[in-house]
Design a protein around this ligand. Structure first.
Ligand code: SD4
Length: 339
């Protein structure tokens, strides 16, 4: 059996239970018929994947923008602005949980197929950090702007400063203050970045991340989400990956970059995500963070094969493609929360 066939078989086997892998079968078959070489061939049908339930409306908007002929970065920005602007989404943008001082501080990044990246961290008072990150990519010689400098830049670009702490978030913060117990709270309700990855119609990869970070974090704390290589990474020759969960653990292990590196070595998105989650578990099993540790990854390769995998149960991601539309998929996981 050829290396290529081995690779395809491994990818498929490694992804049992990820139903949407099947939708890529057609692309794989075509490549085999065409007698192509062993490298992963670009997917010409767009696929968008995003973390968590708020990935659904984000995917829908991104898909719409892509179909209208807008650029992948513009489409990603438009999609991610939906949860950023939604006060009911308590972990992203406007309405996000504040830090221990009652300040909403935001992290975001965006990356294109040419490895151009833009990122903002510890940004306050701007509802759409993903848009500021895109401006950093387009209009500065830098990759990342932080804190007051990021705000100054945003204002110079015409963004408007506004209060992002909703009455609801303020109420929750005041409740938290009663005990002021500093322990990151990781679960679906209050700690969920939106990370989005895309293979566009040209077979190119792009992605973005945006979050208000861990609830009740220390003022000034920055998570993995704006850090290229940690919260998001892509290599247009290989694939893309993005993280959710406890940013400290993802930064310690250069999580998303490692997932992409494993895909470069021939692993399927599923196997690559699983191996890095295992690595994070092994590095943290005796760590003080283990009690509340949750990390999850999504990944997609050039063929449009994708997967999600998390340390603990409860992680899901949204997928949008031509064949099956926009829907949720539960990620496989290593252990339940009782462990
Ligand atoms: C952080 N990773 O700031 C982000 C938050 C997150 O799911 O992903 N929540 O650590």
């Amino acid at each position: 059996m050829s290396d290529r066939r081995n690779f395809i078989k491994k990818a498929a086997l490694g992804s049992i239970g990820i139903s949407t892998i099947m939708s890529c079968g057609e692309v794989v078959e075509k490549n085999q018929d065409d007698n192509l070489d062993n490298s992963v061939k670009p997917n010409k049908k767009p696929v968008i994947i995003s973390t968590w339930n708020h990935g659904l409306p984000a995917n829908e908007e991104t898909w719409k923008q892509l179909k209208k002929g807008n650029s992948p970065l513009d489409a990603i920005e438009s999609g991610m602005k939906i949860p950023e602007g939604d006060p009911k989404v308590r972990s992203v943008g406007y309405g996000g949980f504040p830090d221990r001082e009652g300040k909403v501080t935001l992290d975001a990044c965006i990356m294109d197929h040419n490895s151009n990246c833009g990122s903002v961290s510890f940004l306050q008072g701007i509802k759409h950090p993903i848009s500021v990150a895109k401006k950093v990519l387009q209009n500065t010689p830098h990759v990342m702007l932080s804190g007051k400098g990021a705000l100054q830049f945003a204002l110079s670009e015409g963004f408007v400063e506004e209060n992002l702490l909703t009455a609801e978030a303020e109420k929750d913060w005041k409740k938290w203050l009663e005990e002021s117990k500093y322990k990151p709270v990781i679960n679906m309700e209050n700690h969920d970045t939106i990370s989005m990855l895309m293979v566009d119609g040209e077979g190119n990869l792009s992605g973005g991340c945006t979050t208000s970070g861990a609830a009740w974090k220390m003022h000034g704390r920055v998570g993995d989400s704006p850090i290229i290589g940690a919260g998001l990474f892509l290599d247009n020759e290989v694939g893309a990956a993005a993280a959710t969960g406890l940013g400290e653990a993802v930064i310690r292990t250069a999580g998303s970059a490692m997932v992409v590196e494993l895909m470069r070595q021939g692993k399927s998105p599923y196997d690559a995500c699983k191996e890095i989650v295992e690595r994070i578990y092994n590095k943290h099993k005796n760590h003080k963070d283990m009690e509340y540790l949750q990390v999850g990854f999504i990944a997609i390769n050039k063929n449009g094969e994708h997967a999600g995998y998390s340390l603990r149960s409860g992680f899901n991601y949204a997928i949008c493609d031509e064949e099956k539309g926009n829907r949720m998929e539960d990620a496989q996981f290593k252990m339940s929360w009782d462990n």
